[in-house]
Design a protein around this ligand. Structure first.
Ligand SMILES: [Cu+2]
Length: 131
């Protein structure tokens, strides 16, 4: 009986350890940040986001960003959007874009990303200020 309960305790410890490992590699471990929050207002204005692994602090290369949206929701103008396109970037973990901004103020860049080695989709929102 004592041996059996000791075995059960061991199983419980293993289960907790496994749970912690699964939680470790979660979408919440990734964060998108502005390379520079200040952006020029107007056409063909460039901006960039950095994808970082919060656990390691390192930039994350090779992510595929999709369903991107630029809108003025931070200034209560969520329906006001800006056209934007992805641009090539030589810097690891940095994803560049250019946009046609039409108003000075705060813009939210919303995105989803497929990150190498992460099964779940990562979501991000990065706020830029145009002036
Ligand atoms: Cu606006």
């Amino acid at each position: 009986m004592a041996i059996r309960s000791r075995f059960l305790v061991l199983l419980a410890v293993l289960a907790v350890g496994l749970g912690a490992r699964i939680a470790y590699a979660a979408p919440a471990d990734y964060v998108f940040e502005p390379v520079s929050a200040d952006v020029r207002n107007g056409k063909d204005s460039e901006f960039a986001v950095r994808l970082r692994n919060k656990a390691t602090g390192k930039p994350v290369e090779g992510a595929v960003l999709f369903r991107t949206r630029l809108d003025m929701s931070p200034d209560s103008m969520g329906e006001m959007t800006a056209k934007h396109t992805a641009m090539p970037s030589a810097e690891p973990g940095i994803y560049k874009f250019k946009a046609d901004f039409t108003m000075a103020g705060s813009w939210a860049f919303k995105l989803m990303a497929k990150v190498p080695g992460e099964a779940e989709t990562v979501q991000g929102t990065v706020v830029f200020k145009t002036k």
